[in-house]
Design a protein around this ligand. Structure first.
Ligand code: ATP
Ligand code: MG
Length: 472
């Protein structure tokens, strides 16, 4: 089969010519070929295998590109990378790999194209296109990757047990591709992943998180989390989610399975946001329910304080997975912490409650609403409609209250300096007390969010605290 239609980009001519100049063979391999056949749109990076030195080929290619882009050489891996327009092109010499027990870094020797295809993770990632002038565009597909693409199957070129044990990151990649492409992992692979699950411990957290993020960024993230659960990997990576699984029953009372509920919430939110951090918030919004779960005869199952517990757990989870402990983490914590607020409020949408919500959530109030709407997973159509309508009311009220009161990024209408001036005060606790009273009065709707009204209240509060006005 010839796929030279895939190679219309001028860079392929340049690579072909450069390889001929060096007298070596070169091939495009991996994601580019796969995504071309799947019509997934232009794959953002291109992987080139040279039968010979990948670094030498990269340098030759750079010579043949008019503006001579810089070649980045990774000596330890024997690879090189250059950028052409907005495409990253990786060059590697064909290699044969053998692995040891302790590490996912193999011993590497020079090899043939077949050797190189053998070391690839999946049949659909092992397809190559010939860049030689004679056979330009010929598909080299020794493991019938094309058939697997059509059948939507993830399969390893060699024995899956060895493939996954050699490099356990491939377990995450298998599940990630299954999620991104909506493919099935063939049964032998699935068994091999289950069998080798504890080998995930030799993979760095950073690499695991890269795959987790790709799963979360997919259209239907639950596919991946269900596979992680089914293979037993989830317990190693996100035990907090595993702990949500199951339904307890006491005295005829049952609670919902919060694991499956969470996955529904994540799938729901994936339809309404591409923000991976908001998706993380959806994934973690209920993790506090496992440690806070209680049963009492009077009220049945409760999860009091699960939002606070969950937000603390989110921090520890980020830390364990070596994820950045920055404003993104704080954002996820805040979303988890506030995740029940709009629900409580929707029962009775008062101005003051909405002002408080907007004040506390600040610029994240819209994201919070997206999260809460995704959280509606009831199978009762009447309730489903009612809850959505309630949130619609909350959203309208947010707009209305915000137009009038501007509490989203609240700035005290009377400054600390003004208070000090008015009562001839040095920095002291009274200033905080007065500011707090003003803020409370605004949120409660007792006074408008305006300077003059706030100043008047300041004078009253000062008098109440026994402060003397500064004589002018
Ligand atoms: P994407 O770019 O969407 O992640 P991709 O298939 O291009 O998909 P890359 O990580 O860019 O994946 O890797 C490029 C190619 O290198 C893959 O198609 C595959 O052939 C090979 N590869 C990558 N990682 C591994 C691995 N851990 N084991 C074996 N082969 C791998
Ligand atoms: Mg790629």
């Amino acid at each position: 089969m010839n796929l030279n239609q895939a190679l219309t980009h001028p860079i392929f001519e340049i690579i072909s010519k450069s390889a001929a100049e060096l007298g070596i063979d070169a091939y495009v391999i991996g994601g580019f070929v796969r995504d071309y056949i799947l019509k997934r749109g232009q794959h953002k990076d291109i992987d080139i295998v040279a039968i010979g030195s990948g670094i030498a080929l990269a340098k030759q290619v750079a010579k043949n590109i008019p503006n001579h882009p810089k070649v980045q050489v990774f000596k330890t891996y024997g690879t090189a990378m250059l950028k052409y327009e907005d495409i990253e092109i990786e060059f590697v010499g064909a290699r044969k790999e053998s692995y040891s027990e302790e590490s996912r870094n193999p011993i590497v020797e020079d090899g043939t194209l077949e050797d190189d295809q053998n070391r690839r993770d999946f049949t659909i990632n092992a397809m190559a296109l010939d860049l030689g002038e004679a056979n330009f565009g010929t598909l080299l597909d020794p493991f019938d990757g094309l058939e697997d693409l059509e059948a939507k199957i993830i399969r390893t070129p060699l024995d899956p047990d060895i493939t996954y044990s050699d490099d356990p990151l491939r377990m995450m990649r298998a599940i990630r591709f299954a999620t991104q492409l909506n493919f099935t992992i063939e049964p032998a692979s699935l068994d091999a992943i289950s069998k080798n699950k504890d080998r995930i411990n030799i993979i760095t957290k950073e690499r695991i998180v890269v795959e987790l993020n790709k799963i979360l960024e997919s259209d239907v993230p639950s596919i991946g989390f269900l596979l992680l659960e089914q293979t037993g990997l989830l317990q190693y990576i996100l035990p907090e989610l595993m702990a949500l699984k199951g339904i307890d029953e006491k005295e005829g009372q049952r609670h919902k399975d919060n694991f499956y509920h969470t996955l529904e919430v994540v799938d729901n939110i994936a339809k309404n946001t591409d923000d991976v951090w908001l998706r993380w918030a959806a994934l973690l919004h209920d993790i506090g329910k496992a440690p806070t779960k209680k049963f009492s005869k009077k009220v049945g199952w409760t999860f009091h304080g699960h939002e606070l517990a969950g937000s603390k757990m989110a921090y520890r989870l980020f830390k364990r997975l070596k994820m950045p402990l920055n404003d993104k983490m704080k954002y996820v914590q805040k979303m988890v912490f506030m995740s029940s607020r709009p629900i409580a409020l929707a029962q009775d949408v008062t101005d003051s409650a909405v002002r408080r919500l907007v004040f506390d959530a600040g610029d994240h109030v819209d994201d919070l609403m997206v999260l809460c709407e995704a959280d509606i997973t009831t199978k009762n159509p009447k309730k489903f409609k009612k809850y959505h309508n309630n949130f619609k009311l909350v959203r309208d009220k947010i707009v209305e209250v915000e137009e009038r009161d501007h509490v989203r990024n609240f700035q005290p209408p009377v400054s600390g300096e003004e208070i000090m001036e008015a009562f001839n005060l040095k920095p002291s606790r009274e200033i905080g007390t007065i500011k707090e009273s003003i803020k409370e009065a605004i949120l409660e709707g007792k006074i408008p969010n305006e300077h003059d009204a706030a100043y008047k209240l300041m004078l009253e509060e000062g008098a109440r605290l026994g402060l003397k006005r500064h004589e002018v």
